[in-house]
Design a protein around this ligand. Sequence first.
Ligand SMILES: Nc1ncnc2c1ncn2[C@@H]1O[C@H](COP(=O)(O)OP(=O)(O)OP(=O)(O)O)[C@@H](O)[C@H]1O
Ligand SMILES: [Mg+2]
Length: 207
Amino acid sequence: MVACTLAVLSQKGGAGKSTVALALAVAHECAGGRAAVIDLDVQQGTAAAWGRLREQPRPPVSATLPQRLRQVLEALRSDGANLVVIDGPPRERAGGAEAARFADLVLVPCRPAAPDLIAIAPTLDLARSSGARAAVVLNACPARGQWTSQATDALQQLDAELCPVTLGARIAHAKAFMAGQTAQETEPNSPAAAEVAALYGWLETST
Ligand SMILES: Nc1ncnc2c1ncn2[C@@H]1O[C@H](COP(=O)(O)OP(=O)(O)OP(=O)(O)O)[C@@H](O)[C@H]1O
Ligand SMILES: [Mg+2]
């Protein structure tokens, strides 16, 4: 059973932080664990909005300013959460750094395209300077073309730890969001659900 604080961070907007954070929190609940989500992106409030759309009470989503992160983490832990997933803000460096400071693992979603790969260095630096382990997960990978293999090569040049699981470009994620759910819940037999399960499986073996 996974038991850790996971920060899903990327300075790049739209990389898939909120999608990955919510998917992993729900995967943990599906596996019988107790998850909690911290929405550190108070400005956009994506995870908090998902929490409001959601009919099920679990996992709880708390919108939190970076200054209160320690207290909120302690409260969630004493409430029994064994996986706390922090959905980080884009661009805002201080919030990301604070999240990385408390994280056992920083997971960095990255689309397999040049603008995203160029933008990844500051996020990896942020994680490294906080002393956190960081791993990149390629997200929204097109089914065709050399995008994923070329991105893998580029990330190897950067000496980044690369998650062996990649997530494809799957509309199921956005559809599930509208119902306050994740693809594992709305389309359990979909490729999107299988990829999230594989990502959670990797998390289980690597933390
Ligand atoms: N694997 C995927 N397949 C298809 N669409 C995806 C995938 N991952 C994310 N998306 C879509 O891309 C958009 C951005 O995703 P998301 O909100 O998770 O990114 P983010 O990094 O949290 O963005 P921000 O930086 O604005 O917080 C959303 O519409 C989401 O549904
Ligand atoms: Mg987001």
